[in-house]
Design a protein around this ligand. Structure first.
Ligand code: ADP
Length: 469
């Protein structure tokens, strides 16, 4: 049995911004169920966690965290939730803020977190054999675990969930935030800047990313955000392990947020559509095709393509629902569009788990024309809710969605390859024709019903990685 400590910046049910939270919230359970490892998770104690979970947290210890020329206080809390033990690093100056990310000093905040994780190891009542860091916010923990060797046999794994976000700072941050000889700068630097993601990739014993296709794509200069030389150098230690989802959590039979629970019944799914239409003020019509999108409103998600064809698309007899928040340019555009098409298009710019579940259940098509997509969970969730994904063939979307083929009757969705707005429009129109062909539509839904992306297979791949270290 190996002990594994996950180091991450998001985790359901405590704090969620995107798919990283779903992964950190569900993969440890799947791993522990293999009985080959025990996984525990360490996170920053953000204000919202402190407020929502305060009564359940127990104080473990207090210590000082060296950060360049100063020492900051770190307070370690712990709690057990549904059989998993979580640790939290508290420091009000860094984490008692209204948002999780988006501050001028995010780099410093997560270097503090990374250093605090290393300092907390003697107080954990758990001796990790493997420290598994996730994304740039944990990159420096992985680097420090290698450089400082706080435990005798501590191996490291680093997972890239999205290479676009790297935690980059001016090079003088090295002197400011680290107590390391200058010889270590090279392992943390990229393009003469301090780069937290690079630090993780460079120092980890093994690097993983969240789908086999993305593992290939990020070695290519077109998709590597500049890191391809390093990834090529480390390619023998880089492997793509497809994310899964918690199929109990995302289960239309049990989901407490749904208007009507269902398994395969299209009639009950339609009831969810009509109830959703009523809730959000679109005309009630169970037969009208409903396209939906739940996403961060950022360029990565292919929103430029959608904008480009949106007026043309909405000439069709369809409805469209968008739930997301992010860049104000996109919010402005879609907010204006919802005024142009009040009977066809509804948009809400908030994070809303309850509405998200009702949209997954009410939709007929889930649209995901991403520019790049490391794995993508939304298409997997929509398959669970029997909502047909329409995706661009990139990263994990390519690995999970097979385009429907009328001849062979295979495929669990629709896809297009070039990052081109009219290719998206074409495939959405094609999807509509299949929707109106009962025999073909039934065939497609059968394939959707059969698509399963639980964690079981991937959990085994991770345990193999840990045992080979
Ligand atoms: P990413 O991690 O790049 O944001 P993923 O597809 O991997 O994309 O995961 C997104 C997760 O966040 C899904 O669980 C999705 O349902 C959820 N999500 C995104 N935006 C919202 C929102 N506005 N409200 C509720 N859930 C959201």
């Amino acid at each position: 049995m190996k002990n594994v400590l996950f180091v991450a910046s998001e985790c359901t049910p405590f704090v969620k911004i995107g798919g990283l939270a779903d992964v950190i919230g569900s993969l440890p359970r799947a791993l522990n169920q293999t009985n080959k490892v025990e996984v525990r998770v360490i996170l920053p104690l953000y204000k919202e966690i402190k407020e929502n979970w305060y009564g359940k947290l127990s104080l473990q210890s207090t210590f000082l965290v060296p950060l360049g020329w100063r020492k900051q206080e770190g307070i370690l809390y712990t709690l057990e939730h549904e059989g998993i033990i979580y640790y939290f690093i508290s420091n009000d100056y860094y984490f008692s803020r209204n948002s999780v990310y988006g501050y001028y000093d995010d780099g410093e905040r997560f270097i503090f977190f990374s250093q605090a994780v290393i300092e907390s190891l003697p107080y954990l009542d758990f001796t990790p054999d493997v420290l598994h860091g996730h994304d740039w916010q944990a990159g420096i923990t992985v680097a420090l675990a290698k450089i400082l060797q706080p435990l005798e046999k501590l191996s490291t794994v680093f997972t890239i969930h999205n290479i676009k976000y790297q935690g980059v700072m001016p090079h003088h941050a090295f002197a400011n935030f680290f107590n390391l000889p200058l010889t270590h700068f090279g392992g943390l630097e990229w393009g003469e800047m301090l780069n937290c993601l690079k630090g993780g990739i460079f120092h980890a014993d093994k690097i993983t990313t969240v789908s086999p296709s993305y593992a290939e794509e990020i070695k290519n200069p077109l998709n590597s955000e500049g890191l391809h030389p390093l990834l090529l150098e480390r390619s023998s230690d880089l492997v793509g392990v497809l994310n899964g989802i918690d199929t109990n959590e995302f289960n239309p039979m049990m989901d407490p947020y749904l208007f009507t629970n269902y398994r395969h019944s299209r009639i009950k799914k339609k009831e969810n559509k009509v109830a959703l239409q009523e809730k959000i003020g679109l005309p009630k019509n169970g037969d009208i095709p409903l396209f939906v999108m739940i996403t961060r409103l950022v360029e990565q998600k292919g929103l430029h393509l959608l904008k480009h064809i949106f007026d043309e698309l909405l000439q069709e007899n369809i409805q469209f629902v968008l739930l997301g928040y992010g860049d104000t340019d996109f919010e402005d555009y879609f907010s204006k569009a919802s005024k142009r098409y009040p009977d066809k298009f509804f948009a809400q710019f908030t994070f809303d788990e309850e509405l998200a579940r009702q949209i997954y259940a009410g939709g007929d098509f889930f649209v995901m024309p991403s520019q790049f997509e490391p794995c993508g969970l939304s298409q997997l969730i929509s398959l669970q809710y029997k909502t047909v994904p329409i995706v661009r063939e990139t990263g994990g979307l390519k690995d999970t969605i097979l385009p429907f083929d009328e001849e062979t009757g295979t495929g669990n969705g629709f896809s297009f390859s070039n990052y081109n707005a009219h290719d998206l429009l074409y495939v959405m129109r094609y999807a509509l024709t299949i929707y109106h062909e009962p025999i073909l539509w039934k065939k497609l839904l059968k394939n959707v019903n059969r698509s399963k992306f639980s964690w079981r297979h991937s959990a085994n791949e991770y345990t193999n990685i840990y045992s080979a270290l």
